[in-house]
Structure formats: C-alpha cells, structure tokens
Design a binder for this molecule. Structure first.
Ligand code: PRP
Ligand code: URA
Length: 209
C-alpha cells in the first residue's frame, strides 16, 4: 500500500486555492507554484536522516545535527514540473536536477516520452519526482518506471493537485513510492482534466494559451 500524504498546512491550502482562480496570470501563477513546491518540500523532507556533529559556536562547543544519508535529486516531469524546481532548490540547493520529458497524447491521454537526462549518480540518490498535476497517473507512472529502469530505488513523488484516479493508478503501479499531494480533488472530466483542478498547469506556468 502506498504512503499517501495530503498536505493540511494552511499556507499550502491557501496558495493552492489562489492559483486555481481563472484570473491569476502567468507571472503570479509561476511564483506561487514555486512557493507551494517549497512548502511541500518542507513537509516531504520531515523524515530525512540526521547525524550528530560537533561544532563551535562563538561561545562554546556543542553537538548539533546535520543531514546524512543519501544525497538528493529533483526530477521534474517536463514541462510543468519545471515550475516546482526552484522552490525545492531554494531549500535543498545542493540537490542535482534531472529532466524527464513526457507529454500526454491529446486523444489517448497516454504519455509520450521525448527526453530523459539524469544525474550520473542518480541511482545512488533519493529522487524527488515533481509535477504539479497527477491526473490519470500515466505520466507519473511512466516517469517512475523510467527511473526504476535506470536503477533508482528511492523515489518520492510531489504534486500540487491529484485526482483519485491518478492516486489509484500509482498505488497499483508503484506502491513503493510515497505520494505527497497538495490537494486531492474530486475526479477527472471526459478529457482527463482534473475537476475542479486549475486547468492546464504547463500552459498556465509558461503562458502558452
Ligand atoms: C500534464 C501534467 C502532467 C500530466 C498529468 O502535462 O503536467 O505531466 O499532464 O496527466 P496524467 O496524470 O493523465 O498523465 P502535459 O502532458 O499537459 O504536458 P506539459 O507539462 O508539457 O504541458
Ligand atoms: N494536466 C494538466 O495540466 N491539468 C489537468 O487537469 C490534467 C492534466
């Protein structure tokens, strides 16, 4: 059974409600998506491992905590996932970034792969796959399959809005991958768009419609 975390932080809920509004333009949409990604990253990194470290403050010595364990990588699913990268890097600046290019065929809604470039040591890292939308789950499932085929074992998925259909698909295809979801919406419409959703995330981030 997948671990599924639906964010309950008031700031995240407030900001997601804001970007759903039709009259929020590209600049503001992009900025707030980045802020939401940062806040979600904060929630999704709660269980990262720490180790003791001896340090000197200006006054005395002490034992503090620092991150240990696997290094991190962020992998956005192009295009819309790019909008979440900076927000995450603002908290984890040392993370490496890979890219997976997938688009949804407008007729079949099946993902079509067009790009994959990952850090050379990706299989050694804890990988955060990011995409604002989990609709049918086809794109996310395919991206995670691509990572697994390259030997990546530790994967988390962060999305801003998910449909129950996408969550179900992920639970079936990749039950080992924890899902961090900003808001869990009602359902998909006949074009496999999320309702109530926020429309086409890629078009809203890049101003292409
Ligand atoms: C959107 C979104 C996801 C995918 C979700 O991308 O960013 O990648 O659709 O749908 P699914 O769960 O049914 O696969 P899109 O294909 O529109 O490409 P884009 O990011 O380039 O706009
Ligand atoms: N992709 C989007 O950008 N929005 C949806 O609602 C579904 C897929």
């Amino acid at each position: 059974m997948s671990e599924v975390y639906v964010m309950d932080h008031p700031l995240i809920q407030h900001k997601i409600t804001h970007i759903r509004k039709t009259d929020v333009g590209t600049k503001e949409f992009r900025e707030v998506v980045s802020e939401i990604a940062g806040l979600m990253c904060y929630e999704a990194t709660r269980d990262l491992k720490l180790q003791d470290v001896k340090i000197k403050t200006p006054l005395c010595e002490m034992v503090g905590k620092e991150l240990t364990g696997k290094k991190l990588a962020v992998v956005p699913i192009l295009r819309a996932g790019l909008g979440m990268v900076d927000g995450i890097l603002s908290l984890i600046p040392a993370a490496k970034v890979g890219h997976i290019g997938l688009y949804r065929d407008p007729e079949t809604h099946e993902p079509v792969e067009y790009y994959c470039k990952l850090p050379a040591d990706c299989s050694e890292r804890e990988v955060f796959v990011v995409d604002p939308m989990l609709a049918t789950g086809g794109s996310c499932s395919a991206a995670i399959q691509m990572l697994k085929e390259k030997g990546v074992k530790h994967i988390r998925f962060l999305c801003i809005i998910a449909a129950p259909e996408g969550v179900k698909r992920m639970e079936e295809d990749h039950p080992d991958v924890p899902l961090y979801i900003g808001a869990l919406d009602e359902r998909l419409n006949e074009h496999a768009y999320i309702l109530p959703g926020l429309g086409d995330a890629g078009d809203r981030i890049f101003g292409t419609k």
